[in-house]
Design a protein around this ligand. Structure first.
Ligand SMILES: [Zn+2]
Length: 176
């Protein structure tokens, strides 16, 4: 009756569970918690300092894989009734302190892209107001290129390394 709950950074950006496993076929969604390997369209990938509203402050979403194969992204404390098989899961059964550890870890790693975004936007506003529109056209592409080419890959690796040391939980469906 076990089922897996796993903290996840945001909408499918990090498939932490499959890091150590060989690549699965596309679209495979296995019962062992193997996540989709489908490539995420560029537009849905991590953006500069922009996240799903509430992710940073309310904490990472928890991916719940129901035994029947249904999947849901929940916030900590949410109760969820599987629409297909009506099993009920309660994420507040996850130990609070463990979830907090993950939340803090994720928040720490969010700071760099957020800071970069804030600084870039401030500079863009400053250049715009001081009539230096041309600088904005150089600044913004440079920041984006620097982020994707130089900063993000090692940042992501460190984050995934840190996340792989974090626990996963076996949430159990409540008795019906
Ligand atoms: Zn189900």
């Amino acid at each position: 009756m076990g089922k897996r709950g796993r903290a996840q950074a945001d909408s499918g950006e990090l498939d932490l569970s499959s890091d150590a496993q060989p690549p699965a076929p596309e679209y495979m969604k296995g019962p062992m918690g193997i996540k989709r390997r489908k490539r995420i369209p560029f537009s849905q990938r991590e953006r500069l300092g922009h996240e799903t509203p509430g992710t940073v402050l309310r904490g990472p979403q928890i991916t719940v894989d129901c035994e029947c194969g249904e999947q849901a992204e929940l916030q900590y404390g949410d109760r969820w009734t599987c629409p297909s098989c009506e099993r009920v899961y309660d994420t507040s059964n996850i130990p609070r302190d463990q979830y907090e550890k993950i939340r803090k870890l994720q928040f720490r790693f969010r700071l760099l892209p957020i800071a970069l975004g804030v600084v870039s936007i401030s500079l863009a506003v400053f250049f715009t107001l001081s009539g230096n529109i041309f600088a904005v056209f150089i600044l913004l592409p440079s920041v984006i290129v620097a982020w994707f080419m130089l900063l993000r890959p090692p940042h992501r690796r460190r984050f995934q390394q840190a996340m792989s040391d974090m626990p996963t939980w076996d949430l159990r469906a409540e008795a019906q």
